[in-house]
Design a protein around this ligand. Sequence first.
Ligand SMILES: Cc1cc2nc3c(=O)[nH]c(=O)nc-3n(C[C@H](O)[C@H](O)[C@H](O)COP(=O)(O)OP(=O)(O)OC[C@H]3O[C@@H](n4cnc5c(N)ncnc54)[C@H](O)[C@@H]3O)c2cc1C
Length: 461
Amino acid sequence: MSAPTPSLPAAESLTVMGAGLVGSLLSLYLARRGHSVQVFERRADPRREGFQEGRSINLALSDRGWRALEGVGVADDIREVGIAMSGRVMHDAQGNLTRQPYGQEGQAIYSVNRGHLNRRLLDLADANPAVTLRFDQQCRRIDLKKQELQLLDNATQQEHTEPYTRLFGTDGAFSAVRGALQRTDRYDYSQDYLDYGYKELTIEAGPDGAWQLEKNALHIWPRGQYLMIALPNLDGSFNCTLFFPYEGAESFAALQTPADVTAFFTRVFPDAVPLMPELTQEFFENPTGSLVTIRCYPWKYDDDVLLLGDASHAMVPFYGQGMNAGFEDCRVLNDLLDQHGDAAWPAIFSEFQTQRKPNADAMADLALYNFTEMRDRVADPRFLLQKKIEAKISQQFPGRWTPLYSQVTFSHTPYAEAWAAGQRQDAIMARLMPGIQTEADFDLPAVQELVAQEMRQKDLE
Ligand SMILES: Cc1cc2nc3c(=O)[nH]c(=O)nc-3n(C[C@H](O)[C@H](O)[C@H](O)COP(=O)(O)OP(=O)(O)OC[C@H]3O[C@@H](n4cnc5c(N)ncnc54)[C@H](O)[C@@H]3O)c2cc1C
């Protein structure tokens, strides 16, 4: 069967709400197809002189995100300011280190500065004559029937109304566009907060901008009920994030004074404290962020409105996939436009949400699952042994066994398929591991026979 022929592009005036990571990338995709795109953003232009960005925050960018960036020709540029992280380095309570590679030789996730990435995408959007960026424009209400936006100009405090023909809601986890959809009949919506919050902290650069921890790694201090992570910056510093309960014996509520913070960190993160000279100041000055999973459906309203990115699927950050999933949304939408042609919006919106919703749900589940892995299991020698055995199986059966982390991070397999395959592989590992006490045991004839048997069964399924 030959591939469907796309109809000729029908240029339209499109509206994007929110010029964060997903909105700025989406505007580029749409403009490259010949549409004119008007983008409204609540904040001031982050590229403007004097713009207060706040703290620099790093995100882990992986294969799905890179592929979406390649689609608008910006990947190479971003790669130059990204730092490859080829594995995790776990820090135990005595300061001992254990390294676990993320994938095979040459595979890595990248630490990228959020502000830089957003500004670069906005520069590209600005350079495209088909894109109009309008900052300081906060969406207050939407009249879905009249197809009108009520906007507040944050600079002048004037409200004004703007019409739209097709609106893309990329205005994040607390989306105003989704808010309008939520008021329609039979709208499904849920938000689930963790009992944990997060706090951004800093490991300073050493003398001459040297990295004081291994540069090409994501550092983790797993402590059972909580954890801290650190991602490298180009200037030699690391952005740390403490994920910590709000309440309890070891919690934000329990650390009330600088002395409490110093004593606690010195006890549980002893190797990090000497590298964090601003610890107590940052701990009390930086806000505590909350962690939420948001699910909703439908993601569209007729063929007028479509949600993408966090507006449709905010997830907790423990798999480092929120932005990657939002970027993949843009790439998938572009593929559907290629496939159906730019006039077939009803079919495209329907297919987009049918295709993406189960994958977003699976990714949100995976992100929650990985929370336990990161704060607890990565400190367990049996878990680390299991990962090494999985890597051996993967080498022995190329193409027939891909570890779950690799499927999520280094492949474009839909998230729901990756999650299902990961669960099947986990069940196999649960049967194999009781007979394995060391890495060398993998080569024992009895273990090899069991592995072969499991692989035969797996191939039949
Ligand atoms: C602590 C933490 C760590 C994370 N780490 C990673 C990671 O390592 N890797 C990863 O892939 N993801 C990560 N994420 C997730 C990632 O940050 C989000 O998935 C991503 O920012 C979503 O992009 P977005 O454009 O959909 O939403 P946002 O980035 O939230 O952008 C939304 C934009 O819309 C604007 N806006 C909001 N409301 C309005 C309105 N009413 N009117 C006009 N404009 C509006 C906002 O100002 C903003 O610019 C992390 C998240 C957190 C909290």
